[in-house]
Ligand binder design. Structure first.
Ligand code: ASP
Length: 438
């Protein structure tokens, strides 16, 4: 793949993305400052910036289902035997649970120290509460109708894989793909041989398409950021500055302290080298706010730029795009406690430990789409008797924070693939010929 210079020019793609980011952000802020109510600005956002961003996002989402299916089938087939699959699966699960727990703990400590929900001036509180009632209700409804408890577990197994794919139930699609991969690994017939070849073809085509789509990224990044900043401005950031600061600080600790330590000690890779190689995925995550939309880029980075054994990269990154969300879990914890502080609901240590557990599960269960964690937060709020409409308080700044937490989510998948992949054999041969014996 030629992604680093994609676009035909001499400049590297990630630099073009950075320029797109700066142009979009600054352009949007300037327009918001000077022309906030101008009709032409609304027209520009609605008919130019939004559609350009949407074209890019839709092209990425279009590839997610075929990519998840083919990557997981191939990942399992290439891992080859049940013993290795069990080992890699276990390492991945351990990684997800332990690193997500660390993330939530960082969030809870920071929010307890800064207490962003306490001491807001009365007037500002009233404005925020009025906004919350207006905007929070739809999300609360979504949170209430989401399955919980035993249904959540049962839904991992799809009754109808096609329906699951159509409804975007990615965990169910993953389960189906994993089962298919296991079946194709243990059954070595002429038919399964061809099936795996077809998956290889689908996977290769998806990566080629993403190579083309990603050339649009710099323009899409500019358009997406322009829409966001031109609509939001910075007023809303100032209102919720302490909350925003708390989330960004905690995410920063996880990103700049925890990840490098894990890379050094468990992954034996220099963090600088890692960040340089991961730039395309980091910029895509930041600008799309979607782990799923970033998945094609994540897979490309793991395989081609970080040198992760490809069967491990496919397995860890694909599962991770939905199940390994460090940034999301951390954000959920902070938001629940922020709203508890705001509404004066005391949460004892035991209850906070419960919040921790729920957020780790929330990180696994939230969808990898913009705002995917909001219904989960609404659900947790209800459990602790905190007014769930409070979620509306933070909607104004959610997009910005979503960009940051998605970056942490995707980076966590890549760090995980480096760590899990260390010591695993490089997959070199032809996939189909390497299929394990029955
Ligand atoms: N946007 C996040 C992601 O795709 C999910 C969330 O926290 O809302 O990773």
């Amino acid at each position: 793949m030629t992604e680093t210079t994609a676009g035909g020019g001499k400049m590297q793609l990630h630099w073009k993305m950075v320029i797109g980011f700066l142009v979009g952000t600054l352009g949007g802020l300037v327009c918001n400052l000077w022309f906030a109510h101008a009709h032409w600005l609304e027209v520009l956002i609605t008919y130019v910036a939004d559609p350009v961003g949407q074209v890019f996002l839709r092209l990425l989402f279009m590839l997610v289902i075929p990519l998840i299916f083919s990557a997981l089938v191939l990942g399992v087939v290439e891992i080859g035997n049940p013993k290795s699959l069990g080992r890699i699966g276990l390492k991945t699960l351990l990684w997800i649970v332990s690193v997500t727990t660390i993330a939530v703990m960082i969030g809870l400590v920071v929010v307890n120290v800064i207490k962003p929900g306490v001491g807001l001036p009365e007037e500002q509180r009233n404005i925020l509460i009025a906004q919350a009632m207006e905007h929070g209700t739809a999300i609360v409804e979504k949170g209430r109708s989401a399955p919980s408890g035993i249904d959540l577990l049962l839904n991992i197994i799809p009754k109808n894989p096609i329906a699951a794919a159509a409804n975007g139930e990615l965990i169910a699609v993953m389960f189906f793909a994993l089962m298919f991969g296991v079946g194709a690994t243990v059954l070595r017939t002429h038919g399964t041989h061809h099936f795996v070849e077809v998956c290889e073809g689908i996977y290769d085509i998806c990566l080629r398409l993403i190579d083309w789509v990603i050339r649009l990224a710099p323009y899409a990044v500019a358009a997406l950021l322009f829409s966001i900043t031109a609509r939001l401005g910075i007023d809303v950031l100032i209102q919720l500055a302490r909350f925003v600061g708390t989330v960004v600080l905690a995410l920063g600790i996880h990103f700049f302290v925890v990840f490098p330590i894990l890379l050094w000690t468990l992954g034996r890779m220099s963090p600088l080298k890692f960040w340089k190689a991961s730039q395309p995925a980091i910029v895509t995550a930041f600008s799309t706010s979607s782990s799923s939309a970033t998945l094609p880029t994540t897979l490309m980075v793991a395989e081609e730029r970080l040198g992760v054994p490809r069967q491990v990269g496919r397995f860890v990154c694909t599962l991770g795009a939905t199940a390994n969300m460090n940034g999301t879990a951390l954000f959920e914890g902070i938001t629940v406690l922020f709203l508890a502080q705001f509404y004066g609901v005391e949460l004892a240590l035991g209850q906070q430990l419960m919040v921790l557990l729920l957020c780790v599960m929330g990180g696994i269960g939230a969808a990898g789409v913009p705002g995917g964690s909001l219904p989960v937060i609404a659900m947790i709020l209800v459990m602790f008797g905190i007014p769930p409409e409070g979620i509306g308080l933070i909607l104004g700044v959610d997009r910005l924070l979503d960009m940051c937490r998605t970056t942490v989510n995707v980076t966590g998948d890549l760090v995980g693939s480096v760590v899990v992949g260390r010591g695993e054999p490089e997959h070199t041969g032809d996939d189909v010929d390497d299929m394990a014996p029955v």
